[in-house]
Ligand binder design. Sequence first.
Ligand SMILES: NC(=O)c1ccc[n+]([C@@H]2O[C@H](COP(=O)([O-])OP(=O)(O)OC[C@H]3O[C@@H](n4cnc5c(N)ncnc54)[C@H](OP(=O)(O)O)[C@@H]3O)[C@@H](O)[C@H]2O)c1
Length: 336
Amino acid sequence: MIGSETESEEVPKTFQVIYSTMIHWTRLIAGGLVLPIVFPWLVYTLYKSHFKNKIFRDKSLEDKVVLITGASSGLGEALAHAFHRAGARVILAARRKDALEKVKNDLITKYQSKNTPAVLPLDLHDLKAIKEKATKALDFYGHIDILINNGGVSFRGEIVDTDLEVDLRIMVTNYFGPVALTKAILPSMLERNSGYIIAISSVQGKIAIPFRSAYSASKHATQAFFDTLKSELSHTNIHVCVVSPGYVHTNLSLNAVTARGETYGVMDHTTATGMDPNEAAESIIIATAAKRSELVLAGILPKIAIWVRVLCSWLYFYLMGSRAQRIRAANTIKQD
Ligand SMILES: NC(=O)c1ccc[n+]([C@@H]2O[C@H](COP(=O)([O-])OP(=O)(O)OC[C@H]3O[C@@H](n4cnc5c(N)ncnc54)[C@H](OP(=O)(O)O)[C@@H]3O)[C@@H](O)[C@H]2O)c1
């Protein structure tokens, strides 16, 4: 009798142990997930929906005048859709007038808006003409609220083979062009003490990778210039934001320039599998409504790489050296 009573007591005891172990692990896992993953995710989702509401319900971007360079394709085109849909008055700028007209017609057909997009043919490489183009842009509505320096070109090649002309071309289009345009628009923003300037840089503006020298250099310069501008304007109501995307699925690699100044013409795998430009544009418009000063639009690996470059440079250079050797061995300097 006594023996059987002990046995029957042991069964609930075993259950109790299993039960408390399960509770312990559930708490541990839930705590481990909720705090570092679910909580930040929740905060980010609320943050996004707050600013989305601001844009679409409170119409905070309604009638804002937005000049977008590189609006004829890719990310610039997606930004044109996002801002026009939000009720802004967009000015579409790039070299190809026919492509800009097509974007303009798409916007008119796709969305109901009282505002008609304006088209401004502009070559960022033609520095002498930029002041006049800025005046034309200002003439459309009398001012510019948001300037998005997005137009740009990429590069594929090895430094030793690259003509200096190519370095200059990339640097003028990606750096001096946006600098000249910003300088031409800035006085009118200062006069009104209002404005938002966005520079579309790149993750490669924070870390340099092999066989992208001219591009990466132009984006590092962009980061530095607009960081400086941000601090110099800190006493005003003009805000500056540097956006650093990772790979975005656009024609950037197709339009890239090679070491000899030719068009690369290849859709890289990394670009083809990159972020959807509309998704990137949505994050940028939310950042605009939030007046953010920095946005890294990339996955966890590029973000880790940025930190490794800062905190452990020898490891970063080791990894980039291996990458360069791998690409060289596979003879895909142009393909990767
Ligand atoms: N795609 C990516 O993976 C990625 C990643 C990081 C950063 N970005 C940056 O995002 C921006 C947009 O590029 P995208 O990816 O959308 O590539 P894209 O589809 O090739 O678009 C580039 C845009 O820049 C314009 N452009 C090029 N040269 C110009 C010039 N001399 N003057 C005026 N406009 C010029 C092009 O228009 P026209 O040919 O009509 O002039 C085009 O609208 C670039 O600054 C790029 O560096 C892209």
